[in-house]
Design a binder for this molecule. Structure first.
Ligand code: ADP
Ligand code: ZN
Ligand code: ZN
Length: 704
């Protein structure tokens, strides 16, 4: 007897396969089973999504047979399927794309024998007693935060200053859940795992007593084999704690009881291609459906978001009471010492500094003093390379990228001009390619030039041991090789560096102990950006960078955060000076409310790419006109603005355009997008848009 099944398979984003496909199977297979099915001439991995009731119509249909079942593998849970279904619907992608992207591709190739071996329970490891002894005493604020978290059931936002000990709160909350229920699982998400090797080892150490293979990692830096291993451990319930990046939100965890999202404001939680999901938002949704799942005899599933500078969306949710807010405003006291305090913020008014100076004299002085005392400084500039542009002052030639509407960046170390958008790289010309002038010069500066400049400026300064200062740089260029970042960070921790220059890579998470000065060289750009989220990102970056200073109480009295700016009285810097995130948030939320922007309004961007700008824009405008004609926009509930070129209009010779769609109602926007999507597909088929390369919808975009 045959059984008919709806099976979800990976479908190329815009293929005609949007929903599940029908297959037949001799064996009855439960929903959620992982199967191999024929698709065209290939055999692909699929998930049984629905079992169809028998009917005569099915008997007449020419359906292919399921080729194999991944035996011994428990089916994916109803909650997991619901999460995938929701993601596909909300972010306007196909079910198959979302479902299969969430599974390790190597699953398909496992034989039954291999599967059986891999699914064997790890031997219980009872040699380690729970490490509940030797724990550090919690601060009052930590104790209160945990008690409040336990007493509530809403999603919680831990609003904790840098160095207030948020990680310890995550560890305790996780430990509690794992102790109470021997099968409970915890998911901890971090923005970029490579940037926080410390965090990973803290979790691994704390839960070492659970036994080997109970704490696993899930992120894109793993090899396919490692990813498969972690995934299986989580799916089989062997892994008690999964530590991962945004992709981990889709980990199959049959008994998930707690989700932690560290640095919840971080932009890297938003996937920027394929299904453009927000892992933070999905974590909140997942906790809700895991709780509702009636098959759980266990307690609810909680979600704990944490940040020193929460996203304005999460902050607003604590103001309305949708989320619970847990506050820790003080730094913890390390080693019986006194409390580390937050750095004093000094704004340097660049209008009153020598013309063209890069480092203002008082800042240079302060750095020199740190070196002489044997303390470290961190100098932050969010632009890598030597200089963003190379220019000829005779004829006005600039190092434009021939393929992009952007300049190529001058990298002095290998004397190249590199485009950071398409990767096009050439050797630096000896003379101006336009007029032959040999006097071409770098304009502006990146971290490479800043490092060189600092070495010159600090040449006369001596360390306590009489040696010259050691200057190092950390950015995407210095950390290309595997392990490079870890070793560079280790040398900072070991005190082998006096002045560290870098991009935002050095501003995040690191628990540096000997830094007493942090300086932002040129942060003004974001103040007047056309992207309404730019100030939020700048504020959190500066707070985070400042958070690297004075983490050790022995130095913290003198710790300082310097900001060089031409707009010292800008409200953003006023708030920064007072470490006043709530004040900053108030001010931003008021602006956003007045403008109907997130979190008071909802938006989506539709992006289109073509060889010609008018094709990309034409496609978007034509599809919008159709929506208008069909009255999809309701009674003005949804607004679709005319298509415009993207800020960087051309990348690798491809023209890019975007259209903003807005609504004060999330539901109305969702309805509009679902109804509009088929029209976008249709418009794409029209002769005049045949040359369109691709288009995609980005719901809740984080950059506009
Ligand atoms: P955050 O994530 O809030 O910036 P961390 O969790 O990294 O802060 O904590 C900062 C430092 O303080 C870490 O070195 C951590 O080990 C230490 N720490 C955390 N809680 C305590 C505590 N209760 N007593 C002593 N030290 C603590
Ligand atoms: Zn020239
Ligand atoms: Zn380019």
């Amino acid at each position: 007897m045959s059984h008919w099944l709806q099976v979800v398979v990976a479908a190329p984003a815009h293929s005609s396969i949007a929903g599940p496909l029908t297959y037949q199977s001799e064996l009855p297979l439960p929903v959620g089973s992982l199967v191999r099915v024929p698709l065209g001439r290939r055999e692909v991995l699929g998930v049984v999504w629905e079992v169809l009731p028998d009917s005569g119509a099915l008997l007449e249909m020419q359906t292919r047979h399921v080729a194999g079942v991944l035996e011994g593998l428990p089916p994916l849970s109803a909650t997991w399927r619901k999460l995938v279904q929701f993601t596909a619907g909300y972010y306007q992608r196909s079910l198959g794309e979302v479902a299969l992207a969430a599974l390790p591709p190597q699953l398909r190739d496992l034989s039954s024998v291999q599967l059986a071996r891999r699914l064997k329970r790890p031997v219980a490891d009872t040699s380690h007693a729970p490490a509940t002894t030797n724990l550090i005493a919690l601060s009052q604020e930590q104790t209160r935060a945990i008690a409040e978290f336990d007493a509530d059931s809403r999603p919680a936002l831990l609003f904790g200053a840098t160095g207030s000990g948020k990680t310890e709160v995550y560890l305790r909350a996780a430990a509690r859940v794992l102790e109470q229920d021997p099968s409970a699982q915890v998911l901890v998400m971090v923005p970029e795992i490579n940037l926080t090797p410390q965090l990973q080892s803290r979790f691994a150490e704390r839960f070492a007593h659970l036994g080997k293979e109970r704490v696993v990692a899930l992120h894109s830096g793993l090899t396919p084999a490692q990813r498969l291993k972690s995934w299986l451990a989580a799916h089989a319930g062997h892994a008690r704690l999964v530590l991962g990046t945004r992709m981990a939100v889709f980990a199959s965890m049959p008994n998930l009881r707690l989700l932690v999202v560290d640095e919840e404001h971080d932009p890297s939680y938003k996937q920027q291609e394929g299904a453009r999901y927000s892992a933070r938002d999905l974590a909140v949704y997942r906790a809700k459906i895991e709780t509702e799942d009636a098959t759980h005899a266990h307690g609810p599933c909680r979600v704990l978001l944490g940040s020193a500078t929460p996203s304005l969306e999460s902050w607003q949710a604590t103001l309305t009471g949708r989320y619970q807010r847990l506050t820790m405003s003080e730094r913890v006291a390390a080693d019986e010492g006194e409390q580390g305090s937050l750095p004093t913020v000094r704004r340097v008014d660049m209008n009153h500094q020598p013309k063209h100076c890069v480092i203002a004299p008082p800042l240079l002085d302060a750095i020199a003093q740190r070196i002489a005392r044997g303390e470290q400084s961190l100098i932050f500039l969010n632009r890598r390379g030597y200089a963003p542009v190379l220019a000829c002052h005779d004829c006005g030639w600039k190092s434009e990228c021939p393929h992009c509407s952007a300049y190529r960046v001058f990298h002095k170390i290998d004397r190249t001009l590199r485009c950071h958008h398409c990767g096009f790289t050439e050797r630096v010309p000896r003379a101006c390619p336009a007029c032959g002038n040999i006097d071409i010069a770098p304009v502006g500066r990146g971290t490479e030039r800043l490092e060189e400049h600092l070495a010159e400026l600090l040449a006369g300064v001596k360390r306590p041991d009489g040696e010259p200062p050691r200057i190092a740089r950390i950015d995407a260029d210095t950390t290309r090789l595997k392990g490079a970042l870890e070793s560079q960070l280790a040398s900072v921790h070991a005190g082998e560096v006096d002045v560290l220059v870098g991009t935002q890579m050095i501003a995040k998470g690191h628990d540096f102990r000997h830094i007493t000065l942090v300086a932002a060289i040129n942060p003004d750009g974001a103040l007047f950006s056309s992207d309404f989220r730019a100030p939020e990102r700048l504020f959190s970056l500066l707070m985070q960078a400042g958070g690297r200073a004075g983490r050790d109480a022995r130095h913290s009295d003198a710790s300082e955060m310097w900001v060089q700016t031409f707009h010292p009285t800008h409200p953003l810097f006023e708030a920064l000076k007072k470490h006043d995130y709530p004040g900053f948030a108030d001010q931003q939320l008021a602006e956003r409310e007045a403008a109907g922007m997130s979190p008071f309004g909802f938006s989506a961007l539709v992006r289109a790419e073509a060889r010609a700008q008018d094709v990309a824009q034409g496609f978007l405008n034509a599809a919008a006109a159709q929506a208008e004609a069909q009255q999809l926009t309701g009674n003005g509930q949804v607004t679709a603005y005319p298509a415009v070129p993207m800020t960087i209009q051309r990348v690798a010779n491809i023209e890019r355009a975007q259209m903003l769609v807005e609504s004060p109602s999330r539901a109305a926007l969702q309805r509009f997008l679902s109804a509009w999507q088929p029209m976008l597909f249709e418009t794409r088929q029209q002769a005049e848009f045949k040359s369109l390369i691709r288009w995609a919808i980005d719901v809740d975009p984080i950059a506009i």
